[in-house]
Design a protein around this ligand. Structure first.
Ligand code: SF4
Length: 286
């Protein structure tokens, strides 16, 4: 028994925090479908992946999320974590630059915000909370990184975001138009009704030389939520049809601004490129 929790229960919390979960009807699915239905078909239907694993930025983000989830889970059991708990979670991850960078970011994060409630300013209700509701004829889901409960019992969903640059001026306004957060607001309203605080919070962790830690409050109106839901319910069935036919969006192959598509050499290369640069993986649990 350690800190009021036995080793089996502690190990179960660690497993839960480190298990990557994908929501079948979440914002990433719809974002990829909007970006390019063919990319969605390759990734989700045909399970084609670039060889070489995930890139470092994604690995850093996953590591940060997993450690925050573990510290948060301890908090929901009444345990205030310490640096050794953070290290225990980090030590489960493969050694390398992403783990080192996650350590740098998290050490600064906990120095700034403390370990209570995984550094959030209100008691934690839970972490990795699955919210689900229908939008039109189709389901919509989100796995919210953390949910806090305020003094009057209202729930607030939190999204942890690791990013390379500081939070831009006006983010509380511009980020409130992002589909992911509109979806969070839709689900929060559908699931909690009047027990939703009317806020979606972003917990930004900035990977600058001196790491930055910022919170952005998004107040999303009923009008904005309803408009998003109407458009999502109209677009979603069409996007799935486009994906089924493997329809391409050539604007996304090699855009002027931003990175080229990870399937560029698959779509625009030859058989040898496809063979050497891509692989088909096992179906992921969804
Ligand atoms: S390379 Fe172009 S067509 Fe192919 S999946 Fe990517 S965006 Fe779509």
């Amino acid at each position: 028994m350690q800190d009021g929790i036995d080793s089996v229960a502690r190990s179960a919390l660690l497993d839960r925090a480190l298990t990557e979960t994908v929501t079948e009807w979440g914002s990433s699915k719809w974002a990829e479908l909007r970006r390019c239905p063919r990319a969605y078909k390759l990734r989700v239907v045909q399970n084609v992946r670039p060889r070489g694993g995930i890139d470092n930025n994604l690995a850093i983000g996953i590591a940060v999320h997993q450690v925050l989830a573990f510290v948060g889970l301890l908090s929901t059991r009444g345990i205030v974590a310490t640096e050794s708990d953070m290290m225990e979670a980090l030590d489960q991850l493969p050694p390398g630059p992403p783990r080192s960078e996650a350590f740098r970011l998290l050490r600064g994060y906990f120095m700034r915000h403390g370990y209570t409630n995984a550094g959030l300013p209100e008691p934690l209700y839970d972490v990795e909370v699955l919210l689900e509701a229908a939008v039109g004829a189709l389901p919509y889901t989100a796995r919210v990184d953390a949910v806090t409960v305020g003094p009057t019992g209202l729930f607030t969903p939190w999204d942890h975001k690791t990013r390379g640059t500081t939070v831009p001026w006006g983010a509380s306004e511009t980020w409130a138009t992002r589909p992911q957060f509109l979806g969070h607001a839709y689900l929060a309203r559908a699931v909690w009704g009047d027990r939703w605080s009317r806020r979606v919070m972003v917990n930004a962790i900035v990977k600058t030389k001196t790491p930055g830690y910022e919170r952005v409050e998004l107040a999303i109106s009923d009008f904005a939520i309803d408009r998003w839901a109407e458009e999502q319910s109209t677009q979603a069935p069409r996007l799935l049809e486009l994906a089924a036919s493997g329809c391409a969006n050539y604007d996304s192959c090699a855009p002027e601004i931003g990175r080229r598509c990870q399937y560029f050499s698959y779509c625009h290369g030859n058989d040898s490129d496809r063979e050497s640069m891509y692989e088909t993986v096992e179906q992921e649990a969804r």
